[in-house]
Design a protein around this ligand. Structure first.
Ligand code: SF4
Length: 244
């Protein structure tokens, strides 16, 4: 699904040259993926001790070293590159997606394909640079054919994500899509029931919105996603860049 490069250059949120967040959004009655079947979601680990900002890059490297050439779950079998995370260890804002896709698996960096381009536009619309935020996924290896991670895979991998979150201590965390929301919050609820509000989460604030890949498939929902991002901006005290 391509991004419409040709029109709406003057509409939508600032910073989005080829995208628009506006549209006639229908009622929010769908979800992006089936919520995983009723298997246990492992309880998250206890919140780790605070790491001073100067030590966060090293603390993340310790987690990466511990993951190593991981074979803890079945996803390792199809992996080309493990996708740990990307961005500032001292980010005020962190995004969490579902898992790597083909481009991410090839490069070892999260959100570098078409969905990544849209996420970059979303970040720019918030008045931030990608290198100022931190981006990671629930699972660090690509699920076959981009399927939703199995609960056993997400439960095995997500403790590393929780540790990354504890090191970075973002002021606001944005869950991108139902899988991220499910495993972060430990709640199986349709996305519609989780969006539009601020959740207390591991001593920080969490906001739920659509996954950029879903927004590429259904651009009408960009307006809703922009409303979610504006909640995050409000929590961070950010104003959108002036429209030019
Ligand atoms: S998805 Fe996570 S737990 Fe599974 S093999 Fe990859 S790094 Fe290890």
């Amino acid at each position: 699904m391509g991004v419409n490069q040709a029109h709406n250059q003057n509409s939508g949120a600032p910073g989005l040259v080829s995208e628009t967040w506006e549209g006639n959004a229908p009622p929010d009655t769908h979800q992006e993926h089936p919520i995983p079947p009723r298997k246990p979601i492992t309880a998250p680990p206890a919140i780790a001790d605070l790491v001073a900002p100067a030590g966060r890059a090293a603390a993340l490297q310790i987690i990466r070293d511990e993951i190593g050439d991981c074979t803890r779950c079945a996803l390792h079998a199809g992996r080309h590159k493990l996708v740990f995370g990307d961005g500032s260890p001292n980010a005020r804002l962190m995004f969490v997606g579902e898992g790597p896709g083909a481009d991410e698996d090839a490069q070892g960096i999260p959100f570098v394909g078409k969905a990544g381009q849209l996420l970059n536009n979303m970040i720019a619309a918030m008045g931030l640079k990608r290198e100022e935020v931190y981006i990671a996924n629930v699972v660090k290896c690509r699920p076959p054919a981009n399927r939703t991670p199995e609960p056993v895979e997400a439960n095995t991998c997500s403790p590393f994500l929780f540790r990354q979150i504890d090191v970075i201590r973002p002021e606001v965390l944005v869950a991108l899509g139902a899988t991220a929301a499910t495993y972060l919050l430990g709640q199986r609820q349709p996305l519609a029931g989780l969006r539009g509000r601020v959740h207390a989460f591991r001593g920080t604030r969490l906001i739920v919105t659509y996954h950029p890949a879903y927004l590429l498939r259904d651009p009408r929902q960009k307006k809703e996603a922009w409303a979610d991002l504006q909640i995050a901006m409000r929590e961070l005290g950010l104003k959108p860049p002036s429209q030019g």
